[in-house]
Design a binder for this molecule. Structure first.
Ligand code: GLU
Length: 463
């Protein structure tokens, strides 16, 4: 039974890298009948942003990752952190350091000049003298000075960090506020987190957090550090590549299941399977199988997955999703037919909405290029004849196949080629030449509307 958490810092919107981390933690907790917690790491009050906090919760709601229990806010846990800082001071595992900023800068410069990695030199570690006047001290933890810090990362295997790479880092600033790595370790321990799955940009933090765990005798959780998501060029993902607010994916017409499916595969795989329902993700996901190398964001794949889900979810659900884009099909007597036809080709809900609007709304103009290409001198003549044929058979016209039945003999009789008839009809019905099957459109619109649109186009001479 894994207890996992997602712990975003609300300094910006939730982007897809964050959502992937959340998803992995969610899946692992749910798969093992464990617990998935949400913790907002809002101690950096200057960089926190109320909107970002709401955006994170909204994004969670949208994709349906439900967390257990209440949301924890680090800003509300200051007393707890201070208590543990005091405990470490009392136990001699942490100490006050009175070095001023100027002294620290001087030390850093000296170390850099000697080509050493800048690190605190431990000068107050065993200090027993009189503290200098007028300096508010920070609290530093006593990091081990010899040997190695070793932990097994579920993704990267054994990690060995030489103790000379870590110094006695600050756990409380001079204003008494605890630092990031300290509070994360305290929270994870107190929240009973057993498995920490997070981006590998946190690897160096993990070493520091382990030092805190050990100083306080807390049990160390399992860590899984997930490689980053890069752009197709192998560089850090930028906003333009897709590192945008998760809710922007909603605005762009992606379904949450497509995005989650996309994300689960960005960094994890199960043979060569690409499509994963939530049930399958829950059945198959194991953080042990997280990829060891960085993954590459692939927009085409996301679109492909989205198209798959648009095609496969129920029309009921699809029409609800379309309402977000001001496309209302509820109560439309041809709702099923409209969706069955249009969902076959749409890659996003925005595209789907546009295709539907293109069919349902009468054209306001006719695409010039199409008109020049397909509207010929004799077009009006055979469209007129075609309308007469439709009128004579209108009682039998309901489904796409009914239109086909009357159209085929008409084409033969007039010795027409398909585009000669279909493109003018497409233009008359939708204004352009890019639309699904003409038979389907006619079935959706019904005889009266087809007649009206073609007549209007003829009256206006396709202008
Ligand atoms: N708050 C950190 C972040 O947003 C995550 C910390 C963690 O997962 O340990 O990057």
């Amino acid at each position: 039974m894994a207890v996992t958490r997602f712990a975003p810092s609300p300094t910006g919107y939730l982007h897809i890298g964050g959502l992937r981390t959340a998803l992995y933690n969610y899946l692992w907790a749910r798969k093992t009948n464990g617990v998935f917690r949400l913790r907002i790491e809002d101690t950096d009050t200057q960089r926190n942003n109320e909107d970002a906090m709401k955006a994170i919760i909204n994004a969670f709601d949208w994709v349906g990752l439900n967390y257990d229990g209440v949301v924890e806010y680090q800003s509300q846990r200051m007393d707890i952190y201070k208590k543990y800082i005091q405990q470490l001071l009392d136990d001699g595992k942490a100490y006050y350091c009175y070095m001023s900023k100027e002294e620290l800068d001087a030390l850093r410069e000296e170390q850099m000049a000697n080509k050493q990695t800048p690190r605190y030199d431990g000068r107050y570690r065993d200090f027993t003298g009189t503290p200098p006047q007028g300096v508010e001290p920070v609290v530093r933890i006593k990091a081990p000075q010899e040997g190695k810090i070793t932990f097994v990362d579920g993704v990267k295997s054994i990690m060995n960090i030489n103790c000379d790479e870590v110094d006695d880092f600050v756990i409380a600033r001079s204003n008494g506020f605890p630092t990031y790595n300290f509070v994360v370790a305290i929270d994870d321990a107190l929240m009973g987190i057993t498995d920490v799955i997070r981006g590998d940009d946190h690897l160096t933090n993990t070493t520091k957090q382990i030092i805190v765990y050990e100083a306080l005798g807390f049990e160390i959780p399992k860590f899984y550090h997930v490689p980053m998501i890069n752009n197709p060029q192998g560089k850090k993902l930028s906003k333009r590549d897709g590192a945008m607010d998760v809710m922007e994916y909603k605005n762009q017409g992606y379904l949450p299941e497509a995005l989650l499916n996309f994300l689960v595969r960005l960094g994890w795989s199960n043979k060569d399977q690409e499509i994963f329902s939530m049930e399958e993700m829950l059945e198959l996901f194991d953080p042990q199988n997280i990829n060891k190398s960085a993954s590459s964001y692939n927009q085409e794949k996301l679109l492909w997955l989205n198209a798959h889900y648009i095609k496969n979810i129920s029309n009921e659900r699809l029409s609800k999703e379309l309402e977000f884009f001001d496309c209302y099909l509820e109560g439309h007597d041809k709702k099923e037919m409209i969706l069955d036809l249009t969902k076959e080709r749409a890659q996003t809900l925005v595209e789907l909405k546009d295709t539907i609007a293109n069919i349902l709304n009468r054209p306001e103009s006719y695409e010039e290029k199409g008109v020049n290409k397909f509207i010929k001198e004799d077009t009006a003549k055979f469209l007129d004849a075609y309308l007469k044929t439709l009128e004579e058979t209108k009682e039998s016209l309901h489904l796409a196949c009914d239109y086909e039945t009357v159209t085929k003999p008409f084409i033969e009789k007039f010795e027409l080629k398909f585009p000669q008839l279909f493109q003018p009809i497409r233009i008359a019905l939708t204004g352009g030449t890019q639309a699904p099957s003409v038979y389907d459109i006619m079935a959706i619109l019904g005889y009266e509307e087809v007649n009206l649109r073609i007549r209007t186009a003829l009256d206006k001479n396709f202008k």
